[in-house]
Ligand binder design. Structure first.
Ligand SMILES: Cc1cc2nc3c(=O)[nH]c(=O)nc-3n(C[C@H](O)[C@H](O)[C@H](O)COP(=O)(O)OP(=O)(O)OC[C@H]3O[C@@H](n4cnc5c(N)ncnc54)[C@H](O)[C@@H]3O)c2cc1C
Length: 462
């Protein structure tokens, strides 16, 4: 597959995506990183700035940005997949609050760091708008607002009535909104590709078309290793930053389930349709559906509509053909027409998708074990664009043994339990996918919110 076909973002990233030289023979480094996505590159970025003498080598199986970082929905938002309530239960209220604060800071840091580095990532802080498309969605918007308020962040959010919501974005059926100005939209391709070029300028070596087939913890020589077919990189610290793809490495196989998120993109929307829709601030937008949707407006005036729905596959394989799923892509196109009647006859120019890394407990991890020399950050599910920036700074502090408020965040050194063995994994994930879809359909049909008590809702509540 031509790398430009991976996503609209890579096709319009403004470079030719020509692969960098592959690793050719074994070498030593101070830090060896698996994966040139946002986790690996932000880690390289902050490490190289912290200590310019560090020899940092990144091994990337395809090209920088090939994974989720070059395919996502462009949301750079202060959101995690695990709620503050759940974090508070597990780690205490103060930790939950600190984590949420870190997500606001991360959005600003992505804007600040890219501007300072001269990376044109298309960063635009237009805010985030969640909408209730019908009365069934209102209770969950109100509950979200109450949770922010309970943790002291209420002043960052505003509940909107139907007219206030429509004044931002006119969406068919939207009766209520929840808005924060704390989120941004980016050009994911320019962000990740620009970051790769920038870290290279800082002295980081990136080898592309270099697949890591195994990794080893520190041995008697004090060096861990990333192993490829054409040599290994030995270093006191290795960083596993491959998100969903880490499940392909045997020791991590049951740590993450790869679940596909899929996207359709319209042609540039004509001005008269924009006049009807509004959306002048380019807020990132989603509804309250349990089965997930996410929207953004591109710089060149297209609508991106993303969602889930592609079925989990037995045994967790990752294959290029799963990036397209006809029935789900068609459903997403149907949603665009339903949400925006002005686009009823509009055309779509792109569709793509990619795997999210889903931990068993929905809890992301940023970890370093100095005894083994292994660092990792993973399990962001659908909220990695800002969280990977936190990961890069956390891993830098952990690896350089620099105590900081970041290293006491509740995601640090968390260990998720493994997913079940098959066929139980397949049965559980497929059941949850099916049940969540059914709950949405029932809520939309009846106008009544889900009760919050069903097994599927408990699975989706995190
Ligand atoms: C369709 C989609 C939409 C999304 N939308 C959003 C959104 O709008 N906002 C948001 O915040 N998050 C979103 N996400 C999630 C977000 O994009 C990710 O969480 C984030 O990009 C993860 O970054 P990463 O660097 O950890 O992983 P990746 O970007 O997946 O990078 C991992 C890299 O490792 C490489 N690799 C894998 N295995 C090996 C190996 N064995 N050897 C060498 N290299 C290897 C891969 O090729 C890849 O380049 C979305 C994800 C998808 C798939």
């Amino acid at each position: 597959m031509d790398t430009r076909d991976v996503s609209f973002w890579l096709a319009t990233a403004g470079d030719d995506l020509a692969p960098r030289p592959a690793l050719d023979g074994s070498t030593d480094a101070d830090v060896a990183i698996l994966g040139a996505g946002l986790t690996g590159l932000w880690t390289a970025f902050y490490l190289a700035r912290r200590d310019p003498s560090l020899r940092i080598v990144v091994l990337e199986r395809e090209v920088a940005g090939f994974g989720a970082s070059g395919r996502n929905g462009a949301w750079c938002a202060p959101d995690l997949n695990i709620s503050m309530g759940r974090l508070a239960k597990l780690h205490g209220e103060a930790s939950a609050r600190a984590m949420q604060q870190a997500t606001y800071d991360a959005v600003d840091e992505v804007g600040r760091a890219t501007a300072e580095a001269g990376i044109d990532a298309g960063f635009h802080k237009g805010g985030e708008l969640l909408v209730a498309r019908g009365p069934h969605g209102v209770p969950s918007l109100e509950a979200a607002y109450e949770e922010y308020a309970r943790f002291g962040f209420g002043d960052r959010y505003r509940l909107l009535d139907a007219a206030e919501t429509a004044a931002r974005v006119r969406i068919a059926g939207a009766v209520r909104g929840l808005f924060t100005d704390a989120a941004a939209v980016v050009h994911p391709g320019r962000l990740v590709r620009g970051l790769a070029r920038h870290v290279e300028a800082l002295g980081v070596v990136i080898h592309e078309r270099s697949a890591v087939t195994a990794f080893r913890p520190k041995d008697g020589t004090g060096r861990a290793a990333l192993v490829t077919d054409r040599g290994e990189v030995r270093a006191p610290v290795i960083v596993l930053a491959g998100e969903a793809y880490l499940s392909e490495l045997r020791p991590l196989h049951r740590q993450l389930v790869p679940l596909w998120s899929l996207i359709v993109l319209t042609e540039p929307v004509p001005d008269d349709a924009w006049a009807e829709i509004g959306w002048a601030n380019r807020e990132v937008v989603a509804s309250t559906r349990l089965s997930i949707d996410y929207l953004s407006r591109t710089e060149d005036g297209r609508i991106l509509f993303g969602g889930r729905g592609a079925p989990y596959r037995f045994g967790s394989p990752i294959r290029p053909e799963y990036d397209r799923h006809g029935p789900t892509h068609e459903r997403l196109k149907g949603f665009v027409r339903e949400w925006f009647p002005a686009l009823r006859d509009g055309a779509f120019t792109h569709e793509w998708g990619g795997p999210l890394g889903m931990p068993r407990d929905w809890h992301p991890t940023m970890a370093f074990d100095p005894r083994t020399g292994i660092a990792t950050a993973r399990g962001y599910i659908g909220h990695g664009v800002s969280t990977t920036n936190i990961a890069g700074r956390v891993l830098t502090d952990l690896i350089t043994a620099t105590p900081s408020p970041l290293t006491s965040l509740p995601l640090v050194n968390h260990r998720s339990r493994n997913w079940e063995i098959e066929p139980f994994r397949w049965i559980g994930v497929r059941y949850a996918q099916w049940a969540v879809g059914r709950l949405d359909a029932t809520a939309e049909r009846t106008g009544t919110p889900p009760t919050g008590r069903s097994l599927a809702e408990r699975l989706a509540a995190h």
